[in-house]
Write a protein that binds this ligand. Structure first.
Ligand SMILES: Cc1cc2nc3c(=O)[nH]c(=O)nc-3n(C[C@H](O)[C@H](O)[C@H](O)COP(=O)(O)OP(=O)(O)OC[C@H]3O[C@@H](n4cnc5c(N)ncnc54)[C@H](O)[C@@H]3O)c2cc1C
Length: 310
């Protein structure tokens, strides 16, 4: 078996999510090659070469891949991927943007969001917003799949000594261009990688109140901040903070849901957290069914009280 893992990165640093994908690749078994498509991304290739279990790194370094436009990277993945039995990427927005296009170009179906490897061609994946787990078997010559990172413990960042090989092939589809990006600068940990997440829902009432009530709690705990879709849709916080079926999937050691009712679409993004705490004024809120601890009360009173006691 030969597995091509698409590295996620920002041209400087390899994103930790790639380590979870390598872990899934190890479960499949076989030679693992990591593809770094970027511009000025030698440092990322060097980091990927150190990752435990990686046997080769392909570095496609070209301006066409600078912002990892899915149209260009997918064409590259489809071209290189012909020689592999498996192509894997993260179940992040980047992976979900690139891989279906690559699968279509290869004319194979793909499997999204694998959470377990049963055999090289058989995987488990959540369906119905995580309410059921399907076991699916691929009959394709090339298995193309995204990997839910929270389901696989990451491999070590060191221990490998793979060779880095340059790829000269340049795939510029010429149908999209990068215009600009706005990145929210934050001192807090990244949402999907954080050990502790404090999330706010519609119950916090406003963006101003979100920060007044939840920032001190997140500060005390060194937590990342998340939100429900209702809070995001209401404009309380940016949508990259959304946790859930159509947001980010998180599984931290501790997830604190404040003023969140616990709709299944929200639970789909956080119910694998090790410990869940719910703070809600409604003792019948559905979130309590998945919470290990729940506190019934007005968040405007109980959260500051909690902060003062930590
Ligand atoms: C296709 C689809 C995809 C979706 N994807 C997502 C997703 O990815 N993520 C997501 O979150 N949602 C998603 N949703 C929306 C989801 O169905 C819910 O509408 C949403 O999660 C509700 O957000 P909420 O819990 O913040 O709001 P509400 O359901 O309105 O709950 C607010 C909660 O706050 C409590 N509250 C109010 N005031 C206070 C107070 N002062 N003190 C304490 N508690 C208080 C209330 O008791 C209530 O339980 C999706 C929906 C669809 C149809």
């Amino acid at each position: 078996m030969s597995i091509l893992v698409i590295a996620e990165h920002d041209n400087k640093t390899l994103n930790g999510a790639t380590l979870n994908v390598v872990a899934a690749a190890q479960k499949i078994g076989g030679d693992i090659t990591v593809l770094v498509a970027g511009s000025g991304a030698q440092a990322v290739a060097d980091q990927a070469a150190q990752v435990a279990g990686v046997s080769k790194v392909l570095l496609a370094d070209n301006a066409a891949y600078a912002n990892q436009l899915a149209e260009n990277v997918a064409a590259l993945v489809a071209e290189l991927g012909k020689g592999y039995s498996h192509i894997l990427a993260t179940s992040t927005t980047t992976g979900k943007n690139i891989l279906p296009r690559a699968a279509a170009l290869l004319d194979v179906s793909m499997i999204s969001d694998i959470i377990a490897v049963e055999s090289p061609k058989t995987f488990k994946r959540p369906i119905y917003a995580g309410n059921a787990i399907a076991t699916v078997e691929s009959s394709e010559a090339i298995v193309v799949a995204t990997v839910r990172g929270t389901a696989f413990d990451p491999v070590a960042t060191t221990g490998g000594s793979a060779a880095v090989e340059a790829v000269s092939d340049v795939q510029d589809a010429g149908i999209s261009k990068f215009v600009s990006e706005e990145i929210v600068k934050s001192e807090r940990p990244e949402l999907t990688a954080a050990r502790i997440v404090v999330s706010g829902g519609r119950g916090v009432g406003s963006g101003e109140n979100y920060h007044t009530v939840l920032d001190p709690l997140a500060d005390k705990l060194g937590a990342a901040q998340g939100a429900s879709r209702a809070a995001v849709d209401a404009g309380f916080v940016p949508n990259d903070m959304q946790v859930g079926q159509t947001g980010k999937i998180v599984a931290p050691d501790l997830y604190i849901a404040v003023g969140i009712s616990g709709a299944i679409q929200h639970l789909a993004g956080m119910k694998d957290s090790k410990v869940i705490v719910a703070i809600n004024k409604d003792e019948e809120a559905p979130i309590n069914a998945v919470a290990d601890y729940w506190l019934v009360g007005d968040l405007n009173t109980v959260v500051p009280e909690l902060v003062s006691k930590i």
